[in-house]
Design a protein around this ligand. Structure first.
Ligand SMILES: NC(=O)c1ccc[n+]([C@@H]2O[C@H](COP(=O)([O-])OP(=O)(O)OC[C@H]3O[C@@H](n4cnc5c(N)ncnc54)[C@H](OP(=O)(O)O)[C@@H]3O)[C@@H](O)[C@H]2O)c1
Length: 182
């Protein structure tokens, strides 16, 4: 059990998953959803992102306009554009510091929220700090891969925001907001 009042800035989880909670194959996503990527960019711009080293490697570059905070157990791992941390608590500290510093520079472009950006190992550690999940549900037939942790369904109020039917290249998907109610 964590003490949420200790959080200076709220942490929002953002994730895309299929019916079996699969989020990727370990290296990449399994689908390409251009609309979802645009939405993710808009939602996360001006925020710190907390991600695992494997998710960082899968993206392959820092996402601009955001702090790219990368968790690794290695004390020597470095990457240009990554803020490297060795614990989740330190990731939160770095995220809060980044928000404070950048609010001073340009408060109009900074949002006072942090995103839990994945992958599964980082969701597993960070979900308990989140009262909100921005979830994309993708209709994609796969039972194997990296899996999002199982949520206790009754702990969350779920609102469907938008539904997108499949087109030639893009699978059916919908956007949901989950809000923690307990
Ligand atoms: N669909 C989505 O929304 C979404 C979002 C993000 C990622 N993904 C997918 O998820 C997959 C990657 O997920 P993943 O679970 O395999 O890896 P991950 O969570 O991205 O990264 C795991 C790495 O994080 C580091 N780490 C984990 N816990 C740590 C701790 N307590 N302290 C310090 N470092 C820690 C370790 O790095 P070291 O090995 O360097 O020690 C570990 O190997 C990819 O397929 C990616 O495409 C999907």
């Amino acid at each position: 059990m964590i003490i949420k009042k200790k959080l200076k800035n709220p942490i929002f989880c953002i994730v895309a998953m299929n019916e079996n909670r699969i989020i990727g194959d370990g290296k990449n996503l399994l689908w390409h959803l251009p609309g979802d990527l645009k939405r993710l960019k808009k939602m996360t711009m001006g925020c710190p992102l907390i991600m695992g080293r494997k998710t960082w490697e899968s993206i392959g570059r820092p996402l601009p306009g955001r702090a790219n905070i990368v968790l690794t157990n290695s004390i020597s791992w470095r990457a240009s554009g990554a803020i490297v941390v060795n614990s989740f608590e330190n990731a939160i500290t770095k995220a809060d510091e980044w928000i404070d510093l950048n609010m001073e520079i340009n408060e109009n472009v900074i949002q006072k929220k942090i995103f839990l950006f994945g992958g599964a190992e980082i969701y597993k550690i960070g979900l308990e700090y989140c009262d909100n999940i921005e979830m994309t549900k993708v209709k994609f037939n796969s039972k194997t891969g990296i899996q999002f942790p199982k949520l206790n369904e009754k702990d969350w109020e779920k609102t469907k925001l938008e539904h997108n039917f499949a087109t030639n290249d893009v699978p059916e998907h919908s956007y949901w907001h989950y809000r923690r109610i307990v």
